[in-house]
Ligand binder design. Structure first.
Ligand code: ADP
Ligand code: ADP
Ligand code: ZN
Length: 214
């Protein structure tokens, strides 16, 4: 099963993608997570990506496409995957379709997690990320047992630089300009499904399971 998660930054794509990956035993591939791991390890790719990410801009298509094509070569992708944060532009979606067609396969479903802009700023301002394992929490909607400490690995939680209010607004603008057109792109291909992302995360997941099947 090859699944794409669409939605604004902070819509809950990562939260749902993790649940999907666990239920359907496929890898969760987040381009944002891959970039953050590269930044942490000080790689050339990380250095290049950081300048864009810090400004709330998208990393250039070539960098992202090369990176994701490499990731697909890994053995765990044999039975599909859930893509979180890729594609984010029409050229990325076209590159993905082309690569999959060459391999005799295709995307099965694109799930759009719908959350209005008004809710997004709240979501992002309260998001906390673990510096150790990358787990994501929310100070109100998904708090840790102990304040500021990851439930899974015990490391410290931080507010991502790009989740500060100034940058969130910019990322939303970039989303509307460059990523939202993908909704039409996948609608035209007949594989778009919509879920209401404003409800409790378990209810969002139930709607997704309804689409994907038990
Ligand atoms: P969020 O989950 O909040 O939407 P991500 O972790 O997916 O954010 O992405 C963080 C940043 O990484 C983006 O703002 C962008 O700069 C960069 N990025 C991630 N995926 C892509 C992509 N497919 N194309 C271009 N830039 C990307
Ligand atoms: P994305 O990957 O789309 O950027 P995340 O999955 O990181 O979004 O979620 C953004 C923030 O909102 C996180 O702090 C997360 O815990 C929280 N969140 C996710 N889904 C919900 C939901 N259904 N209701 C309330 N908060 C949510
Ligand atoms: Zn952790």
């Amino acid at each position: 099963m090859k699944i794409i998660m669409l939605g604004a930054p902070g819509a809950g794509k990562g939260t749902q993608a993790k649940m999907i990956a666990s239920k359907y035993t496929i890898p969760h591939i987040s381009t944002g997570d891959i970039f953050r791991a590269n930044i942490k390890n000080g790689t050339e790719l990380g250095k290049k990506a950081k300048t864009y990410m810090d400004q709330g801009l998208l990393v250039p298509d070539e960098l992202v496409v090369d990176l994701i094509m490499d990731r697909f070569k890994e053995a765990d992708c044999a039975n599909g995957y859930v893509l979180d944060g890729f594609p984010r532009t029409i050229p990325q979606a076209e590159a993905l379709d082309k690569a999959l067609a060459e391999a005799g396969t295709k995307v099965d479903v694109a799930i759009n997690v719908e959350v209005p802009d008004e809710n997004i700023v709240n979501r992002m301002g309260g998001r906390r990320a673990c510096v150790g394992c990358g787990a994501t929490y929310h100070i109100v909607y998904n708090p840790t047992k102990v304040d500021g400490v990851c439930d899974t690995c015990g490391k410290e939680l931080i507010l991502r630089d790009d989740d500060k209010p100034e940058t969130v607004q910019k990322r939303l603008n970039v989303y509307h300009e460059q990523t939202e057109p993908l909704i039409k792109y996948y609608t035209n291909k007949g594989i778009l499904k919509e879920v209401d992302g404003t409800v409790d995360m378990n209810d969002v997941f139930a709607a997704i399971v309804n689409i994907l099947g038990e």
